[in-house]
Design a protein around this ligand. Structure first.
Ligand code: ADP
Ligand code: ASP
Ligand code: MG
Length: 410
């Protein structure tokens, strides 16, 4: 007998029929003697629909009310799934995040989990029930409803698995597992049988939305065995492993992630004196705007240009702020570009292999794709390019690094 936390994402509970299919799957696990805590997302499209309603009333609703609103999506699913389990003669009880006391900080819309009261859930499990918990939501110490950021049900599931000591946290989704890149963009993307936490964290941070970043951080920190698998097919999916567990030599490149979520800001003709990077970027980060890639370069006339990227949703706020800064420091011009995309190669094997960057640049050059910015770390190389070339870039890099083919380890 094993103890699993099983999370079902939006598409997997997108219709009543699919909720019934999830119930069948859970009943089968119970029949095998396993204890199950289920975490569910809102039915697919529901969170967006709720945000849309709010925006019809107010462009920027207060985060507290937004959380009260969007958390309702998951509440619908826990009730429906519990009913589907009852119909099958399976004891089940649904709980909101607040009821099982998933205690978070007070940062509405992007709260962090602080503590979970595992006793309540353990009691329910001991009485023989399947425990069905609403993902994505928690409660702060004053009893206000909070949410964990988009895709946050993954993090609810991993946090519950850590708090309850589950044997495995299983993330059921609409693809068979973690692939070398988004299988919706590259047809011959290869299913990975295993991937290290470190690589998964990079892929998630660089845009692969199959797992929320925080869920991977959490799983790594608390050593929760984590698996991504399909709710529609029977397949063991992908196991996220600790690096030491790897028997085989790490592949040089494990995957390609990409994002269309960023916008590029360039401040040109900045007088080149000590402290300019701070003068430009300090106020941006003080305003709570997350800056991703940064480059600074000295022009022939001795002035300097600073280019950086921010989340596309922050571009208007950044535009207003940077216009003021540019004027204050005597910069010549500020330009914005929302039509950019970032493509990243990820792999722990890069540490011990030279020449990956040049192969990446040559592949893009052969397709006449201009690179605007390059950044690297030990296990990744990212380039910013024009958005219209994104799919071409991902496909050609996937082919150039030989990532396609049949499922295999790592
Ligand atoms: P859920 O609703 O189950 O949480 P998500 O839409 O959040 O599902 O995440 C699953 C999606 O992630 C897939 O449908 C796929 O398009 C996308 N994805 C992006 N990169 C990858 C990748 N490397 N491997 C698998 N899926 C990926
Ligand atoms: N329903 C939330 C969202 O759409 C949380 C989740 O699905 O994980 O972001
Ligand atoms: Mg998701």
């Amino acid at each position: 007998m094993a103890f699993f936390v099983q999370k079902f994402g939006g598409t997997s509970v997108g219709t009543v029929e699919r909720i019934e299919a999830v119930a069948d799957r859970i009943v089968a696990s119970r029949a095998a003697g396993d204890d199950i805590v289920v975490v569910v997302s809102a039915m697919s499209g529901e969170t967006n629909r709720l945000i849309g309603l709010a925006e019809q009333i107010q462009a920027q609703p207060t985060p507290r009310e937004l959380d009260v609103l969007v958390s309702t999506g998951e509440q619908v699913t826990i009730a429906l799934l519990s009913m589907a389990l009852h119909k099958r003669g399976c004891a089940a009880r649904s709980f909101t995040g607040g009821q099982v006391r998933i205690l978070t900080d007070e940062s509405h819309t992007r709260a962090r989990i602080r503590e979970i009261d595992s006793e309540r859930i353990k009691g329910e499990l001991a009485s023989g029930s399947v425990v069905v918990v609403a993902g994505f939501q928690g409660v702060d110490e004053h009893g206000n409803i909070t949410t964990l950021g988009r895709g946050g049900s993954d993090t609810s599931a991993v946090a519950l698995a850590a708090a309850l000591g589950a044997d495995e946290c299983q993330i059921y989704t609409d693809v068979k597992g973690v692939y070398t890149t988004d299988p919706r963009v590259v047809e011959d993307a290869r299913l990975l049988r295993s991937i290290t936490f470190e690589e998964m964290l990079e892929l998630a941070s660089l845009g692969a939305k199959v797992l929320q970043i925080r869920s991977v951080e959490f799983a790594g920190k608390y050593k929760v065995p984590l698996r991504v698998l399909s709710s529609f097919e029977d397949d063991p999916g992908t196991l996220i492993t600790l690096e030491d567990d790897k028997e085989m030599e790490a592949p040089i490149i494990s995957g390609i992630a990409f994002t269309r979520d960023e916008a590029k800001v360039t401040v040109t003709g900045v007088p080149d004196v000590p402290g300019v990077a701070y003068q430009v970027l300090g106020p941006v980060s003080d305003a709570g705007i997350e800056v991703d890639v940064i480059v600074q370069n000295v022009a022939a006339d001795g002035s300097t240009d600073i280019t950086f990227t921010v989340k596309r949703q922050d571009s208007e706020k950044t535009r207003a702020l940077v216009a003021g800064i540019a004027e204050r420091i005597g910069a010549k011009d500020v330009s914005f570009d929302k039509k950019i995309a970032k493509v990243s190669l990820v792999g722990v094997g890069m540490r011990s292999h030279a020449g990956i960057a040049s192969k990446m640049f040559k592949t893009l050059a052969d397709e006449s794709i201009n690179i605007q910015i390059i950044t690297t770390s030990e296990i990744k190389i990212s380039v910013v390019i024009e958005e219209k070339y994104l799919e071409l870039a991902v496909r050609s890099l996937h082919a150039a690094f030989g990532l396609g083919g049949e499922p295999g380890a790592g």
